[in-house]
Design a protein around this ligand. Structure first.
Ligand code: FBP
Length: 701
């Protein structure tokens, strides 16, 4: 036994190279990642490239975008193409010494450091004297002139690593004249030729306005599509895909999928829990859809699918009465809980009182009554702030204060008979929901006016309703665990009882592979009554122990484990695909800068094809803008792409739903995506969602 009392462990670590290595933060994975050079698209193998404007793509341009972004609204899609023998003036322009700023904006997404690396390497290759400034902590860094000049050392340190640690990030919006002036001042002081904004829909919205504003100063603004949510997807008006996905989506989806697949393994081994997995994706359910394809979890809810829901029974009923039921469209929380219970009960009936369920973070956005509350609160808060020239959340910091304010609004509407957005019925409905959920719905919006779904315990709300309804079903005798016929027979025979004598009395489907105890038998008392009624035992007899054992095994208890997958996957080191994709986006962004573009978003077309067919392009951001409600007001923002319920990929998931639910005897259909692979031929691994869309389309052509 080691007597450690007299050992100086600090010295031991310092002096023993093996121990020193074992506790070092530089491990084999880190060395491999840092040393790996991402592959580059063919076009970037050439020293020079140029931009070819293309007329083949058209967009439905928003009137407001035309009005507010006149300098960049006529931008076209640009292809980055190799140029073999450029003239001297081209070369001079290309090799010009530049000062360029780059900034991360919004939530981290795996691959961000590679965007910077690609951009930095291309810029330095064009001119080693060029300076690349990384603005710190997101757009605030531009406003406050906080930056670091990037060097080979800094870039190499973060190469192929996750997070946005190199320059950090933030969610600030450059949305006031003062912030815009300060940003311009920073650009002037640093003599910036260009600024690259790596961000999501809101950050690219920022990029478009900055491009418009800084155009006259000759400062180019380029966006790069980043977000794990996968909701920046660009198609032209004919449906041609120009940007299939943002970087970061693949890694986050795989990280979630790997963890959830492990839960599938655990759940089907321990057979006692339903694992409820909320996965990120502020509004759109792309991540949940990809997780479904990667894992085949038993139940995956897709928000967009719920919004599309139509209750045909109600429509038919109304039709017979010569009416039309407008409330038959869309899903309510109550109805959704019923749909979930149906799946749980059906699995239990074949002995599987366990499973894995995936709930997208943004699902509430697609639930009728919740959506109404969200819109009403946005409007109420915006009205309050503009009338009182102050902030609603500062004035009403506590939930009780907010509820009191709402009560007053409802009272005014009742007493004065005037129309207000909040009436007594709204107030009653809202007071029916649990306090933690009220708090979530009344929470402050983020700087871009988005509802902060990640802060709301959606799963808790939904599972509360599910548990309540399962209790009702249990009381009614409709939620039971199916007993394997073989097990039943063996158990009774052990007690020298005849299975065929008890079977028809106990079960409603005696003869099937899994036996379901009759609905009328819900307790030991009702079990005895049934046995006595059928003359199997006398009133004075005890229930045979084996029969009671079978009954008890049929009584379910619904046990859940709740998980949230978001920040963990967002911070994952990037997959091989995201490393290569992000690096090439960085190269694309530099080509756009070097060739004089502004108001464009770097993208890569044909991502689903083999690597040699990837085509770097610039997409006009202004053409992607539309009007949306933000903080109770209409605003011009980049349009988010939701899950298309008519896409082949969604329809494939829908077609496999029943199989993945696994409400049949036998093993579940779980798929093992495995951990994120970095080395190997991994740029061929792409998100299944867009691979399936492509495969289905080409097989239908
Ligand atoms: P981005 O749109 O900025 O990429 O962020 C998306 C996201 O990761 C969502 O999935 C999630 O709802 C949100 O960020 C969480 O925001 P926060 O980091 O502010 O908690």
């Amino acid at each position: 036994m080691l007597n450690d009392k007299y050992i100086d462990f600090a010295a031991l670590i310092e002096n023993n190279p093996d121990i020193k290595q074992a506790v070092s933060n530089v491990n084999h994975e880190l060395i491999t990642r840092r040393g790996n050079k991402p592959s580059i698209c063919n076009v970037f193998l050439n020293e020079y490239n140029t931009l070819r404007e293309s007329d083949e793509f058209t967009f439905n341009i928003d009137k407001e975008a035309k009005k507010r972004l006149p300098d960049i609204i006529n931008n076209k899609v640009q292809y980055v193409e190799a140029i073999s023998s450029p003239d001297s003036s081209y070369k001079e322009k290309y090799h010009k010494r530049r000062n360029i700023g780059i900034v991360f904006s919004g939530g981290p997404a795996p691959g961000g450091h590679n965007v910077i690396a690609g951009f930095y390497h291309a810029a330095k290759k064009a001119n080693t004297e060029s300076s690349i400034f990384g603005f710190l902590l997101g757009p605030d860094g531009i406003v406050e002139n906080e930056y670091v000049e990037l060097t080979d050392g800094i870039v190499d340190e973060y190469s192929n690593l996750g997070g946005f640690g190199m320059i950090k990030t933030g969610r600030a919006k450059i949305d006031s004249e003062e912030k815009m002036c300060l940003s311009k001042e920073t650009c002037r002081r640093l003599k910036l030729d260009a600024l690259v904004i790596v961000g999501g829909d809101d950050s690219n919205t920022n990029a478009a306005f900055l491009a418009q504003e800084m155009n006259k100063d000759g400062i180019q603004i380029i966006g790069v599509p980043k977000t794990i949510d996968g909701d920046i997807q660009v198609r032209d008006s004919k449906g041609t895909v120009l940007c299939a996905i943002s970087f970061g989506f693949h890694t986050a989806a795989l990280a979630f999928a790997n963890a959830i697949s492990n839960l599938c393994t655990d759940s089907s081994s321990d057979v006692k829990y339903w694992h409820i997995c909320k996965v990120m994706g502020r509004v759109a359910s792309h991540l949940a859809l990809e997780v479904a394809l990667q894992t085949h979890a038993n139940i995956t809810l897709i928000g967009e699918d719920l919004a599309d829901y139509t209750d045909s029974r109600r429509i038919e009923k109304a039709k017979k009465e010569g009416a039309f039921d407008y409330t038959a469209f869309g899903m309510t929380l109550r109805h959704l809980s019923r749909v979930i219970c149906d799946g749980i009960v059906r699995r239990a009936a074949v002995g599987k009182n366990y499973g894995v369920m995936v709930i997208p973070e943004g699902i509430l956005e697609f639930i009728n009554e919740i959506q109404v509350f969200i819109i009403k609160f946005n409007t109420i808060i915006a009205q309050y702030n503009s009338t009182h020239d102050t902030d609603f959340h500062t004035n009403f910091p506590l939930l009780d204060d907010k509820l009191e304010y709402l009560r007053r609004l409802a009272k005014t509407s009742r007493e004065e008979g005037t129309f207000t957005i909040w009436n007594a019925r709204d107030d009653d409905l809202f007071n029916d929901i649990p306090a933690f959920f009220q708090e979530g719905l009344l929470m402050e919006r983020d700087s871009h006016g988005n509802f902060q779904f990640s802060q709301v315990e959606t799963d808790k709300v939904l599972m509360g309703l599910v548990k309540d309804y399962l209790d009702i079903l249990k009381e009614k005798g409709q939620y039971k665990i199916g007993i394997s016929k073989v097990y039943y027979a063996k158990t009774l025979e052990k007690g020298n009882l005849y299975p065929d004598m008890f079977g028809p009395v106990l079960f409603k489907n005696y003869g099937d592979e899994f036996l379901i105890v009759k609905e009328t038998i819900t307790s030991v008392k009702t079990l005895k009554q049934a046995l006595v009624r059928d003359g199997i035992i006398q009133e004075s007899d005890m229930i045979p122990a084996e029969v009671e054992k079978i009954f008890k095994k049929s009584v379910p208890s619904f046990k859940t484990q709740v998980h949230f997958y978001g920040y963990d996957g967002r911070g994952n080191d990037p997959s091989g695909f995201d490393c290569v994709y992000a690096y090439n986006l960085g190269l694309t962004a530099f080509s756009l800068v070097a060739n004089g573009a502004t108001g464009q978003m770097a993208a890569i077309k044909n991502l689903e094809k083999e690597f040699a067919l990837w085509e770097p392009i610039g997409i006009p951001i202004a053409s992607l803008m539309h009007i949306e409600e933000r903080k109770g007001k209409l605003d011009l923002v980049l349009e988010k792409t939701l899950v298309d319920v008519n896409s082949p990929c969604f329809k494939i998931v829908k077609a496999l739903r029943e199989k993945w639910l696994g409400a049949f005897p036998g093993e579940d259909d779980y798929r093992r995506p495995g951990p994120i692979r970095f080395v190997g031929k991994c740029e061929d691994e792409r998100p299944l969602t867009f691979i399936l869309n492509e495969l289905a389309r080409s097989s239908l052509d």
